[in-house]
Design a protein around this ligand. Structure first.
Ligand SMILES: Nc1ncnc2c1ncn2[C@@H]1O[C@H](COP(=O)(O)OP(=O)(O)OP(=O)(O)O)[C@@H](O)[C@H]1O
Length: 338
């Protein structure tokens, strides 16, 4: 079922003497019936708070949360019919994996045979069918995370919420499980709202990706659109393997010109659009990453280059790019202007 949140705001009133923290400014977000939406943002941007509000673990001070046709804003977590999978799955250490997966169903009064069937199906779907008799401490981190996912599956919830479920795993396992999660979501045809701080994971996984910063939802768009037409300078720097280069432009310096490091070329010092001094050249897999100090730019300009074009450290170099690769933002609020 769909997840629809409207005007959800949350402020944590600090302990005595500390200032209140606005974790979420009014946020609107919709996850369609069979959609996978990823919320991405830096640490402290409000991602977990958003999921906890939807799950019913935090009460918003304003706004509504709907799951399908039901307004669940005032409902306790158990009545919402959503499953939340988090980074560190809380498993019962003394229970077998089968009982961990089936725990909620048993508590709900489902018959023993029915629970056994559901547990076996979910465990098989996640490739942990052979681990059902073991205890949590006998499993790897990846397997324990699969147990948490199986436990969520068994409940057949109306919607899934996942809070950085893969961040404790190594890179290779993360990649594998990312594919499995997307696969599972497709097969089940359910809505999934997935939270991560990793823009790479967000782009790979989401049908749409929502960027959150300091409690503000800045943009929600399909991954390619987010990369190709970021709506603000913040999104342009946050989304992408490397942050977008930003250079002052416009007569009054009131505009910001953006160009991605992978679109920058070097040129003879007197022939580029800008000129700068090469600070370092780092090996970066297939090619290299040159850091260039350009007068007037707040940050060093990055250029992702093939090795044959690697400039000399210390040399002056021109930098060039195509007109079509230029993004423009307003200098005042960083909003996209062209
Ligand atoms: N229970 C709480 N009491 C007070 N402040 C809180 C509480 N929970 C979260 N916050 C604050 O609200 C803001 C948002 O926190 P939240 O955990 O939602 O961010 P996040 O994007 O999930 O961060 P991370 O990626 O580090 O988990 C932060 O400034 C945090 O310090």
């Amino acid at each position: 079922m769909s997840i629809v949140i409207q005007g959800v705001a949350k402020t944590f009133t600090g302990r005595r003497g500390t200032a209140p923290v606005a974790a979420l400014h009014p946020v609107d977000l919709e996850v369609a019936e069979t959609e996978l939406v990823v919320v991405v943002g830096p640490s402290g941007s409000g991602k977990s708070t958003l999921l906890r509000v939807i799950a019913g673990l935090e009460a918003p001070e304003r706004g509504t949360v709907r799951i399908g046709a039901r307004d669940v804003t005032a409902m306790p977590p158990g009545a919402r019919d959503v499953a939340l999978v988090s980074q560190e799955p809380a498993l019962f250490p003394h229970l077998r994996i089968a009982d961990n997966i089936g725990f909620g169903e048993r508590a709900r009064g489902t018959s023993r045979d029915e629970v056994r069937r559901k547990v076996t199906d979910a465990a098989d779907a996640l490739g942990i069918g052979a681990a059902l008799e073991r205890r949590p401490h006998e499993l790897s981190g990846g397997e324990r995370q699969r147990v948490a996912l199986a436990r969520a599956l068994v409940r057949e919830p109306a919607a899934f919420l996942m809070d950085e479920p893969l961040s404790a795993l190594d890179a290779e396992l993360r990649l594998r499980m990312r594919i499995e999660i997307k696969d599972l979501q497709r097969r089940l045809g359910v809505s999934l709202l997935y939270v991560t701080h990793d823009q790479h994971e967000a782009l790979a996984l989401g049908d749409r990706v929502a960027v959150l910063d300091a409690g503000h939802l800045l943009q929600i768009a399909p991954p390619r659109e987010l990369y190709e037409r970021p709506g603000s300078a913040f999104v342009a720097r946050f989304i992408g393997a490397l942050p977008m280069n930003l250079l002052p432009s416009g007569d009054a310096g009131d505009q910001v010109l953006g160009v991605r490091p992978e679109r920058v070329r070097t040129a003879p010092a007197d022939r580029g659009r800008v000129t700068g001094r090469v600070l370092t050249v780092e090996p970066a897999g297939e090619g290299c990453l040159a850091h260039i100090a350009v007068p007037g730019a707040k940050e060093r300009v990055l250029a992702r280059l093939p090795w044959p074009e690697a400039p000399e450290v210390g040399a002056e170099t021109g930098l060039d790019w195509d007109d079509g690769d230029v993004h423009r933002f307003s200098g005042a609020d960083g909003r996209r202007t062209g």
